[in-house]
Design a protein around this ligand. Structure first.
Ligand SMILES: C[S@@+](CC[C@H](N)C(=O)[O-])C[C@H]1O[C@@H](n2cnc3c(N)ncnc32)[C@H](O)[C@@H]1O
Length: 178
């Protein structure tokens, strides 16, 4: 996806559908640029909300997108056309959700943007990062604000020696290279 296509989707398509996306466009473009290189076949997203980010995964994934959320009532993007997009409704920490997600593994890219407490962010990392193939990527959103779950998680991963790339605009996005 080139920058013009990105801007069109971010500014026009989502706006036209009345979809709010919880992303800083400059940070998010950095993620898309890395995905242009990775060329993911399978993408897993924890935290769909209105479907704003899902629209992008749907444009990028060659094969399949799985979106997990405990409340899918706000999704207004039609993601059923063209690609294999599947929503899994449930709490990401629940064993039934994890088992459902695992059926489609391995994934090339995981986007963690669900519950923002430390317990949920850590649980999402622990349960879903093993489903990402070696050489894949994991994005963790909202890592800017000190003391929040995602921020603590990324600090721990950096201390543990993971290769974390940080983009700190309004929200803070981390990409962990496996
Ligand atoms: C910040 S929003 C996601 C934003 C979306 N990725 C975007 O940028 O457009 C977080 C979402 O995570 C969901 N969520 C929170 N805790 C969750 C949990 N334990 N399991 C599944 N979904 C959860 C919420 O319902 C909410 O829709």
């Amino acid at each position: 996806m080139n920058k013009d296509r990105f801007d069109q989707a971010f500014n026009n398509e989502l706006g036209g559908m009345g979809v709010r996306i919880a992303q800083d466009p400059d940070e998010f473009w950095q993620v898309i640029k890395r995905l242009n290189i990775l060329k993911p076949k399978r993408i897993l997203e924890i935290g769909v909300q209105y479907g704003g980010t899902s629209l992008f995964w749907n444009l990028i994934a060659k094969e399949l997108v799985i979106g997990v959320d405990c409340d899918l009532s706000g999704v207004v993007v039609d993601l059923t056309r063209g690609f294999h997009y599947e929503f899994i409704s449930g709490d990401s920490t629940d064993i039934n959700t994890i088992t459902s997600v695992e059926k489609f593994a391995p994934y090339d890219f995981l986007w963690i943007d669900g519950g923002h407490t430390y317990e949920i962010a850590k649980s999402d990392w622990d349960n879903y990062s093993p489903m990402i193939r070696p050489g894949g990527l994991i994005g963790v959103h909202d890592v800017k604000a000190q003391g929040t779950g995602p921020e603590i998680l990324i600090r721990e991963l950096e201390e543990a020696g993971f290769n974390c790339e940080l983009f700190i605009g309004h929200k803070g996005t981390a990409l962990v290279h496996l």
